[in-house]
Write a protein that binds this ligand. Structure first.
Ligand code: GLA
Length: 371
Protein backbone atom coordinates (compact mmCIF):
# COMPACT_ATOMS: atom_id res chain seq x y z
CA UNK A 1 0.00 0.00 0.00
CA UNK A 2 1.07 3.55 -0.63
CA UNK A 3 1.74 5.75 2.37
CA UNK A 4 -1.26 7.96 1.64
CA UNK A 5 -3.48 4.85 1.54
CA UNK A 6 -2.13 3.76 4.92
CA UNK A 7 -2.93 7.20 6.28
CA UNK A 8 -6.54 6.94 5.13
CA UNK A 9 -6.81 3.44 6.59
CA UNK A 10 -5.41 4.54 9.96
CA UNK A 11 -7.72 7.54 10.07
CA UNK A 12 -10.69 5.25 9.40
CA UNK A 13 -9.72 2.87 12.20
CA UNK A 14 -9.10 5.68 14.64
CA UNK A 15 -12.30 7.49 13.80
CA UNK A 16 -14.71 4.58 13.50
CA UNK A 17 -13.11 1.96 15.76
CA UNK A 18 -12.99 -0.76 13.08
CA UNK A 19 -10.80 -1.55 10.12
CA UNK A 20 -11.99 -0.31 6.73
CA UNK A 21 -13.48 -2.83 4.31
CA UNK A 22 -11.52 -1.42 1.43
CA UNK A 23 -9.07 1.30 0.44
CA UNK A 24 -8.96 3.05 -2.91
CA UNK A 25 -6.94 5.94 -4.25
CA UNK A 26 -6.87 8.15 -7.33
CA UNK A 27 -4.30 10.59 -8.73
CA UNK A 28 -4.32 14.22 -9.77
CA UNK A 29 -3.24 15.00 -13.32
CA UNK A 30 -1.27 17.30 -15.55
CA UNK A 31 -2.20 17.83 -19.15
CA UNK A 32 0.56 17.54 -21.75
CA UNK A 33 -1.49 19.31 -24.40
CA UNK A 34 -5.13 19.94 -25.37
CA UNK A 35 -6.52 22.71 -23.18
CA UNK A 36 -10.22 23.68 -23.11
CA UNK A 37 -10.76 21.27 -25.98
CA UNK A 38 -12.65 18.73 -23.85
CA UNK A 39 -15.95 20.65 -23.65
CA UNK A 40 -15.67 21.36 -27.38
CA UNK A 41 -15.81 17.64 -28.20
CA UNK A 42 -12.09 17.60 -28.96
CA UNK A 43 -8.89 15.85 -27.88
CA UNK A 44 -6.76 15.94 -24.73
CA UNK A 45 -3.52 14.23 -23.69
CA UNK A 46 -3.19 14.23 -19.88
CA UNK A 47 -1.19 11.96 -17.60
CA UNK A 48 -1.66 11.06 -13.96
CA UNK A 49 0.75 12.43 -11.34
CA UNK A 50 2.17 10.63 -8.33
CA UNK A 51 0.12 12.67 -5.82
CA UNK A 52 -3.15 10.99 -4.84
CA UNK A 53 -6.31 11.14 -2.76
CA UNK A 54 -6.93 7.94 -0.80
CA UNK A 55 -10.18 6.82 0.78
CA UNK A 56 -10.77 4.07 3.31
CA UNK A 57 -14.40 2.98 3.26
CA UNK A 58 -16.87 0.58 4.79
CA UNK A 59 -20.58 0.08 5.27
CA UNK A 60 -21.86 2.48 7.89
CA UNK A 61 -24.03 5.37 8.72
CA UNK A 62 -22.87 8.19 6.52
CA UNK A 63 -19.94 9.71 8.40
CA UNK A 64 -17.11 11.26 6.42
CA UNK A 65 -13.73 12.32 7.75
CA UNK A 66 -10.90 14.24 6.10
CA UNK A 67 -7.37 14.10 7.53
CA UNK A 68 -6.41 17.13 5.42
CA UNK A 69 -9.04 19.34 7.00
CA UNK A 70 -9.14 17.35 10.25
CA UNK A 71 -12.89 17.46 10.32
CA UNK A 72 -15.91 15.19 10.10
CA UNK A 73 -18.96 15.81 7.93
CA UNK A 74 -22.09 13.82 7.22
CA UNK A 75 -23.32 12.40 3.93
CA UNK A 76 -26.89 13.36 4.68
CA UNK A 77 -26.17 17.01 5.42
CA UNK A 78 -27.01 19.07 2.37
CA UNK A 79 -24.49 20.63 0.04
CA UNK A 80 -22.20 22.88 2.08
CA UNK A 81 -19.45 23.96 -0.36
CA UNK A 82 -16.89 21.81 1.47
CA UNK A 83 -14.78 18.81 0.39
CA UNK A 84 -17.70 16.58 1.46
CA UNK A 85 -19.72 17.77 -1.55
CA UNK A 86 -17.55 15.51 -3.75
CA UNK A 87 -18.49 12.22 -2.02
CA UNK A 88 -22.07 13.48 -1.68
CA UNK A 89 -22.14 14.37 -5.38
CA UNK A 90 -20.75 11.00 -6.40
CA UNK A 91 -23.35 9.10 -4.32
CA UNK A 92 -26.06 11.34 -5.82
CA UNK A 93 -24.79 10.65 -9.35
CA UNK A 94 -24.89 6.86 -8.73
CA UNK A 95 -28.56 7.30 -7.83
CA UNK A 96 -29.22 9.41 -10.94
CA UNK A 97 -27.67 6.62 -13.03
CA UNK A 98 -30.12 4.16 -11.45
CA UNK A 99 -27.39 2.49 -9.38
CA UNK A 100 -28.32 3.53 -5.87
CA UNK A 101 -25.52 3.02 -3.33
CA UNK A 102 -26.26 2.13 0.29
CA UNK A 103 -24.99 3.80 3.45
CA UNK A 104 -21.26 3.99 3.91
CA UNK A 105 -18.62 5.80 5.92
CA UNK A 106 -15.27 6.95 4.71
CA UNK A 107 -11.99 8.56 5.75
CA UNK A 108 -9.89 10.57 3.28
CA UNK A 109 -6.22 11.49 3.07
CA UNK A 110 -4.61 13.22 0.13
CA UNK A 111 -1.40 14.86 -1.05
CA UNK A 112 -2.59 16.43 -4.30
CA UNK A 113 -1.96 20.17 -3.84
CA UNK A 114 -5.34 21.86 -3.41
CA UNK A 115 -6.51 24.60 -5.72
CA UNK A 116 -3.44 24.69 -7.93
CA UNK A 117 -4.88 23.11 -11.03
CA UNK A 118 -3.69 19.54 -10.51
CA UNK A 119 -7.26 18.27 -10.17
CA UNK A 120 -7.54 17.40 -6.53
CA UNK A 121 -11.32 17.50 -6.96
CA UNK A 122 -11.30 14.90 -9.73
CA UNK A 123 -9.02 12.77 -7.52
CA UNK A 124 -11.46 12.77 -4.59
CA UNK A 125 -14.35 12.00 -6.95
CA UNK A 126 -12.46 9.19 -8.67
CA UNK A 127 -11.29 7.62 -5.41
CA UNK A 128 -14.85 7.76 -4.06
CA UNK A 129 -16.50 6.39 -7.19
CA UNK A 130 -14.11 3.45 -7.34
CA UNK A 131 -14.48 2.70 -3.63
CA UNK A 132 -18.29 2.75 -3.82
CA UNK A 133 -18.34 0.71 -7.00
CA UNK A 134 -16.30 -1.97 -5.19
CA UNK A 135 -18.08 -1.69 -1.81
CA UNK A 136 -21.52 -2.13 -3.36
CA UNK A 137 -20.34 -4.58 -6.01
CA UNK A 138 -21.69 -2.56 -8.93
CA UNK A 139 -18.89 -3.59 -11.24
CA UNK A 140 -19.31 -0.62 -13.55
CA UNK A 141 -16.98 0.26 -16.38
CA UNK A 142 -14.31 2.89 -15.63
CA UNK A 143 -15.56 5.08 -18.45
CA UNK A 144 -19.06 5.06 -17.01
CA UNK A 145 -17.60 5.88 -13.61
CA UNK A 146 -15.73 8.86 -15.09
CA UNK A 147 -18.92 10.19 -16.68
CA UNK A 148 -20.68 9.74 -13.36
CA UNK A 149 -17.97 11.83 -11.63
CA UNK A 150 -18.30 14.55 -14.24
CA UNK A 151 -22.03 14.61 -13.61
CA UNK A 152 -21.39 14.98 -9.87
CA UNK A 153 -19.05 17.90 -10.59
CA UNK A 154 -21.37 19.62 -13.10
CA UNK A 155 -24.75 19.10 -11.52
CA UNK A 156 -24.13 18.57 -7.81
CA UNK A 157 -21.00 20.60 -7.05
CA UNK A 158 -21.97 23.06 -9.80
CA UNK A 159 -18.70 23.47 -11.77
CA UNK A 160 -19.10 23.29 -15.54
CA UNK A 161 -15.92 21.35 -16.26
CA UNK A 162 -15.34 18.93 -19.13
CA UNK A 163 -14.46 15.24 -18.87
CA UNK A 164 -10.65 15.41 -18.97
CA UNK A 165 -9.78 15.37 -15.28
CA UNK A 166 -12.07 12.51 -14.29
CA UNK A 167 -10.98 10.47 -17.30
CA UNK A 168 -7.33 11.04 -16.51
CA UNK A 169 -7.74 10.09 -12.86
CA UNK A 170 -9.66 6.88 -13.61
CA UNK A 171 -8.09 5.68 -16.86
CA UNK A 172 -4.43 6.68 -16.94
CA UNK A 173 -1.78 4.00 -16.63
CA UNK A 174 1.69 4.21 -15.20
CA UNK A 175 4.27 5.16 -17.84
CA UNK A 176 1.66 6.48 -20.29
CA UNK A 177 -0.26 9.55 -21.26
CA UNK A 178 -3.92 9.14 -22.19
CA UNK A 179 -5.29 10.33 -25.51
CA UNK A 180 -9.00 11.01 -25.06
CA UNK A 181 -11.49 11.74 -27.81
CA UNK A 182 -13.90 13.75 -25.69
CA UNK A 183 -16.75 13.25 -28.14
CA UNK A 184 -16.73 9.46 -28.55
CA UNK A 185 -15.14 9.12 -25.09
CA UNK A 186 -12.69 6.62 -26.50
CA UNK A 187 -9.33 6.66 -24.78
CA UNK A 188 -5.94 5.17 -25.63
CA UNK A 189 -2.81 4.93 -23.55
CA UNK A 190 0.21 6.41 -25.27
CA UNK A 191 3.55 5.29 -23.80
CA UNK A 192 5.56 8.16 -22.34
CA UNK A 193 8.97 6.97 -21.24
CA UNK A 194 10.76 10.19 -20.38
CA UNK A 195 13.54 8.57 -18.37
CA UNK A 196 14.78 6.72 -21.41
CA UNK A 197 15.34 9.99 -23.26
CA UNK A 198 16.68 11.80 -20.22
CA UNK A 199 13.76 14.19 -19.92
CA UNK A 200 11.73 15.23 -16.88
CA UNK A 201 8.38 16.91 -16.52
CA UNK A 202 8.96 19.86 -14.24
CA UNK A 203 5.76 21.33 -12.85
CA UNK A 204 5.80 24.93 -11.66
CA UNK A 205 2.97 25.92 -9.34
CA UNK A 206 2.86 29.71 -9.64
CA UNK A 207 0.79 29.83 -6.44
CA UNK A 208 -1.53 32.32 -8.01
CA UNK A 209 -4.98 31.33 -6.80
CA UNK A 210 -7.16 30.59 -9.73
CA UNK A 211 -9.53 33.20 -8.37
CA UNK A 212 -11.03 34.21 -11.68
CA UNK A 213 -11.06 30.62 -12.80
CA UNK A 214 -14.78 30.04 -12.53
CA UNK A 215 -16.00 33.15 -14.32
CA UNK A 216 -13.15 33.03 -16.84
CA UNK A 217 -13.80 29.35 -17.50
CA UNK A 218 -17.53 29.84 -18.03
CA UNK A 219 -16.90 32.87 -20.29
CA UNK A 220 -14.58 30.84 -22.49
CA UNK A 221 -17.12 28.04 -22.68
CA UNK A 222 -19.87 30.43 -23.68
CA UNK A 223 -17.69 32.09 -26.35
CA UNK A 224 -16.84 28.69 -27.85
CA UNK A 225 -20.52 27.80 -27.99
CA UNK A 226 -21.32 31.11 -29.68
CA UNK A 227 -18.57 30.56 -32.25
CA UNK A 228 -19.90 27.07 -32.99
CA UNK A 229 -23.39 28.50 -33.52
CA UNK A 230 -22.06 31.20 -35.85
CA UNK A 231 -20.34 28.50 -37.90
CA UNK A 232 -23.40 26.27 -37.85
CA UNK A 233 -21.51 23.32 -36.31
CA UNK A 234 -22.48 21.20 -33.32
CA UNK A 235 -19.21 21.81 -31.50
CA UNK A 236 -15.91 23.49 -32.42
CA UNK A 237 -14.51 20.00 -32.87
CA UNK A 238 -16.30 20.10 -36.22
CA UNK A 239 -14.83 23.44 -37.36
CA UNK A 240 -11.92 23.52 -39.81
CA UNK A 241 -9.17 26.10 -40.22
CA UNK A 242 -10.82 27.34 -43.42
CA UNK A 243 -14.01 28.13 -41.50
CA UNK A 244 -12.28 30.58 -39.18
CA UNK A 245 -12.45 33.33 -41.83
CA UNK A 246 -16.17 33.53 -41.14
CA UNK A 247 -15.57 34.61 -37.55
CA UNK A 248 -14.29 37.83 -36.07
CA UNK A 249 -13.31 39.38 -32.74
CA UNK A 250 -13.51 37.25 -29.62
CA UNK A 251 -15.24 34.34 -31.36
CA UNK A 252 -12.43 34.14 -33.91
CA UNK A 253 -9.71 34.13 -31.27
CA UNK A 254 -11.35 31.53 -29.06
CA UNK A 255 -12.25 29.26 -31.98
CA UNK A 256 -8.77 29.57 -33.52
CA UNK A 257 -7.27 28.26 -30.28
CA UNK A 258 -9.63 25.28 -30.19
CA UNK A 259 -9.23 24.35 -33.86
CA UNK A 260 -5.43 24.60 -33.80
CA UNK A 261 -5.16 22.98 -30.36
CA UNK A 262 -7.12 19.91 -31.46
CA UNK A 263 -4.74 19.51 -34.39
CA UNK A 264 -1.76 19.92 -32.05
CA UNK A 265 -2.98 17.15 -29.73
CA UNK A 266 -3.11 14.69 -32.60
CA UNK A 267 0.29 15.81 -33.87
CA UNK A 268 1.72 15.57 -30.36
CA UNK A 269 0.39 12.02 -30.06
CA UNK A 270 2.11 11.10 -33.32
CA UNK A 271 5.30 12.76 -32.08
CA UNK A 272 5.15 10.75 -28.84
CA UNK A 273 4.58 7.51 -30.68
CA UNK A 274 7.52 8.28 -32.95
CA UNK A 275 9.69 9.25 -29.97
CA UNK A 276 10.07 12.73 -31.50
CA UNK A 277 10.39 14.81 -28.32
CA UNK A 278 11.67 17.96 -30.04
CA UNK A 279 8.43 18.00 -32.03
CA UNK A 280 6.33 17.38 -28.91
CA UNK A 281 8.14 20.28 -27.26
CA UNK A 282 7.58 22.60 -30.23
CA UNK A 283 3.87 21.83 -30.09
CA UNK A 284 3.81 22.60 -26.36
CA UNK A 285 5.29 26.07 -26.97
CA UNK A 286 2.83 26.67 -29.80
CA UNK A 287 -0.01 25.60 -27.51
CA UNK A 288 1.12 28.07 -24.87
CA UNK A 289 1.28 30.95 -27.37
CA UNK A 290 -2.23 30.09 -28.52
CA UNK A 291 -3.54 30.08 -24.93
CA UNK A 292 -1.76 33.37 -24.21
CA UNK A 293 -2.76 35.27 -27.35
CA UNK A 294 -6.01 33.70 -28.56
CA UNK A 295 -7.67 32.01 -25.61
CA UNK A 296 -6.28 34.59 -23.18
CA UNK A 297 -6.06 32.36 -20.12
CA UNK A 298 -2.41 32.85 -19.20
CA UNK A 299 -0.95 35.06 -16.47
CA UNK A 300 2.34 36.98 -16.31
CA UNK A 301 3.70 34.30 -13.96
CA UNK A 302 2.81 31.42 -16.31
CA UNK A 303 4.23 33.36 -19.27
CA UNK A 304 7.41 34.12 -17.34
CA UNK A 305 7.94 30.43 -16.53
CA UNK A 306 7.45 29.40 -20.15
CA UNK A 307 9.79 32.14 -21.43
CA UNK A 308 12.48 31.23 -18.92
CA UNK A 309 12.16 27.54 -19.81
CA UNK A 310 12.54 28.38 -23.49
CA UNK A 311 15.51 30.66 -22.82
CA UNK A 312 17.14 27.83 -20.84
CA UNK A 313 16.73 25.52 -23.82
CA UNK A 314 13.98 23.26 -22.45
CA UNK A 315 12.45 21.29 -25.36
CA UNK A 316 8.88 22.36 -24.41
CA UNK A 317 6.77 24.26 -21.89
CA UNK A 318 3.19 25.46 -21.47
CA UNK A 319 0.54 26.26 -18.92
CA UNK A 320 -1.47 23.23 -17.93
CA UNK A 321 -5.10 22.98 -16.81
CA UNK A 322 -7.73 25.68 -16.84
CA UNK A 323 -5.32 28.65 -16.72
CA UNK A 324 -5.87 31.98 -14.93
CA UNK A 325 -3.13 30.93 -12.48
CA UNK A 326 -2.17 27.49 -11.23
CA UNK A 327 0.54 25.41 -12.88
CA UNK A 328 2.76 25.32 -15.93
CA UNK A 329 4.90 22.39 -17.08
CA UNK A 330 8.24 22.14 -18.80
CA UNK A 331 9.67 19.21 -20.65
CA UNK A 332 13.22 19.67 -19.45
CA UNK A 333 16.49 17.77 -19.71
CA UNK A 334 16.84 15.81 -16.50
CA UNK A 335 20.20 17.34 -15.57
CA UNK A 336 18.89 20.85 -16.08
CA UNK A 337 15.73 20.93 -13.98
CA UNK A 338 17.39 22.15 -10.76
CA UNK A 339 19.04 25.08 -12.52
CA UNK A 340 15.79 25.98 -14.27
CA UNK A 341 13.87 25.90 -11.00
CA UNK A 342 16.52 28.11 -9.39
CA UNK A 343 16.44 30.62 -12.25
CA UNK A 344 12.67 30.78 -12.16
CA UNK A 345 12.61 31.26 -8.39
CA UNK A 346 15.11 34.10 -8.68
CA UNK A 347 13.29 35.76 -11.58
CA UNK A 348 9.94 35.51 -9.78
CA UNK A 349 11.44 37.18 -6.68
CA UNK A 350 12.89 39.98 -8.81
CA UNK A 351 9.54 40.61 -10.41
CA UNK A 352 7.71 40.58 -7.10
CA UNK A 353 5.76 37.36 -7.86
CA UNK A 354 4.86 34.72 -5.27
CA UNK A 355 7.57 32.14 -4.62
CA UNK A 356 6.80 29.22 -6.95
CA UNK A 357 6.73 25.57 -5.89
CA UNK A 358 8.17 22.85 -8.13
CA UNK A 359 7.27 19.20 -8.57
CA UNK A 360 8.73 16.50 -10.74
CA UNK A 361 6.20 13.94 -11.88
CA UNK A 362 6.52 10.87 -14.01
CA UNK A 363 3.33 9.50 -15.60
CA UNK A 364 1.74 7.56 -12.74
CA UNK A 365 -0.98 4.97 -12.22
CA UNK A 366 -4.66 5.84 -12.40
CA UNK A 367 -7.20 5.07 -9.69
CA UNK A 368 -6.86 1.72 -7.94
CA UNK A 369 -8.50 -0.32 -5.24
CA UNK A 370 -5.54 -0.99 -2.97
CA UNK A 371 -7.19 -3.57 -0.73
C1 GLA B 1 -10.22 22.20 -16.08
C2 GLA B 1 -11.47 21.39 -16.38
C3 GLA B 1 -11.22 20.42 -17.54
C4 GLA B 1 -10.63 21.15 -18.75
C5 GLA B 1 -9.45 22.02 -18.33
C6 GLA B 1 -8.94 22.89 -19.45
O1 GLA B 1 -9.21 21.36 -15.61
O2 GLA B 1 -11.86 20.66 -15.25
O3 GLA B 1 -12.42 19.78 -17.88
O4 GLA B 1 -11.61 21.90 -19.42
O5 GLA B 1 -9.78 22.88 -17.25
O6 GLA B 1 -8.39 22.11 -20.45
Amino acid sequence: MREIEEQAAEAYTERFGENPELIASAPGRINLIGEHTDYNGGFVLPCAVSRRVAVAAGHGSGELYSTNFDEGRRMDDGKDSSWADYPRGVAWAFGEAGREVGDFRAAYAGDVPLGSGLSSSAAIEAATVLALDALFRLDMDRRELAVLCQRAENEFVGVQSGIMDQYASLLCEEGSALLVDCRSLEAQNVPLDLEKVNLTLLVCDTRVERGLADTGYNDRRAACERAARTLGVKELRDARKEDLGRLSGEELKRARHIVTENARVLEATDALRAGDFPDLGRLMYASHASMRDDFEISTRELDAFVELAEAAGAPGARLTGAGFGGCAIALARTGETEALARDVTRAFAERGFEEPVFYKFGPSAGAEVAR
